[in-house]
Design a protein around this ligand. Structure first.
Ligand code: HEM
Length: 149
């Protein structure tokens, strides 16, 4: 059997390294796909504005000071950041604790979810990222909705 030359061995090694290197890199986190903290921050600011101005659910936020509204926005930014894979600390209480007893209706949850969808559309967030985020939001529904109207 013929001995392989050094050059042939090098070619074989290079070829096997090429063939066996995984070509699929890890999927980017939803956090990154939403534009990281700045993207999420801009989305939450817009979304919160729509909530506060809404003729139905706006009443839920009546009487909040500017600072309380800012705090509400910040808590939601950290929540979305952490839930999508970002390096943020959750600074809000649990959804069950903060919404429990408010008697929030399913129809109100739909209004809030629609505002988020409208914001995501305004920011031209692709459908895949919208679906992934709305799937996370949907997991909170049982903790938030108390009245199936
Ligand atoms: C759709 C998903 C929702 C998310 C991600 C969400 C998120 C949050 C967060 C992070 C807080 C602050 C919690 C804290 O103070 O520690 C909060 C508070 C609040 N949310 Fe929601 N929420 C959602 C749906 C709703 C809906 C449908 C309503 C009613 C229309 C609502 C009404 C409120 C009110 C009134 C507060 C203030 C409660 C208080 O301070 O006593 N939320 N929410």
């Amino acid at each position: 059997m013929k001995h392989q030359t050094a050059a042939e061995i090098l070619v074989a090694l290079a070829l096997s390294a090429f063939l066996f290197t995984p070509s699929v890199s890890a999927e980017e986190s939803l956090y990154d796909r939403l534009g990281g903290y700045d993207g999420i921050s801009a989305v939450v600011d817009d979304f919160a504005g729509k909530l506060f101005d809404d003729p139905v659910v706006g009443a839920r936020f009546f009487g909040m000071s500017d600072d309380s509204r800012e705090n509400f926005r910040q808590m939601n930014k950290n929540l979305v950041c952490a839930a999508t894979g970002g390096d943020c600390k959750i600074i809000s209480r649990s959804a069950a604790v903060t919404h429990g007893g408010l008697g929030i209706k399913a129809s109100e949850f739909e209004i809030v979810a629609q505002h988020l969808t409208d914001t995501l559309n305004d920011f031209e967030v692709p459908q895949k990222e919208q679906d992934d985020l709305m799937a996370i939001i949907a997991t909170l529904r049982p903790d938030i909705v108390e009245v199936e109207d």
